[in-house]
Design a protein around this ligand. Structure first.
Ligand SMILES: C[S@@+](CC[C@H](N)C(=O)[O-])C[C@H]1O[C@@H](n2cnc3c(N)ncnc32)[C@H](O)[C@@H]1O
Length: 179
């Protein structure tokens, strides 16, 4: 919690939340990952690692998870907390370059990125990279605090298949899935 508040104070726009995600929200996000697929799950904006932990609890093997996080202090803590997971320090807007070494297919991208508070051009670049990188039968899972129905995060190559509100989070959130 302390590390989260510190990140919030230093970089409110990139942190994009007042509190870390609840375990209920993290569990819901992880539940939409299709299990036993060949390839990797890429997590964007892991922050304190609540969703990372939920992925492990959902049965995803640590060597099949790659985390991208831009905050150096969060990266340090994530590496300490999850020593067997590949944690890459970097900007999700450079996703394809950051994962250039990875030969396995990306079947899931699960994101806590604050896409609404990031500059619009950064958000658009991130979405384009996700569109390109994700396997054609893959899934993109994103949470948001916005309850409006507009398709701000839409991906051109994928259909919006699930939208679920999670009340047990501060503030309440929504999980969206594209496939
Ligand atoms: C809403 S917070 C993290 C939520 C996380 N589920 C938690 O509870 O800790 C968003 C995270 O995205 C990271 N972030 C923001 N912009 C990013 C970017 N362009 N690339 C990678 N990470 C980014 C921030 O540093 C922050 O840790």
């Amino acid at each position: 919690m302390y590390s989260f508040l510190k990140a919030l104070a230093h970089n409110p726009r990139e942190t994009g939340a007042i509190f870390p995600s609840s375990r209920f929200l993290a569990k819901e996000m992880a539940a939409h990952v299709v299990k036993n697929q060949a390839g990797v799950v890429v997590e964007l904006g892991a922050g304190t690692g609540v969703v990372t932990k939920a992925l492990l609890q959902a049965g995803i093997q640590p060597n099949n998870i790659i985390v991208i996080e831009s905050s150096p202090s969060m990266v340090k803590k994530l590496r300490r907390r999850f020593p067997t997971i590949q944690i890459i320090e970097g900007n999700a807007a450079e996703l394809i370059t950051l994962l250039a070494h990875e030969k396995r297919e990306v079947h899931t991208i699960i994101s806590s990125l604050p896409l609404r508070s990031l500059p619009k051009s950064v958000t658009q670049t991130i979405l384009q990279q996700i569109n390109t990188l994700l396997a054609s039968n893959g899934r993109y899972i994103q949470f948001t605090y916005s309850f409006t129905k507009d398709q701000f995060f839409s991906l051109t190559n994928f259909q919006h298949i699930i939208s679920k509100r999670i009340w047990m989070n501060l503030p309440p959130a929504r999980v969206d899935v594209w496939a």
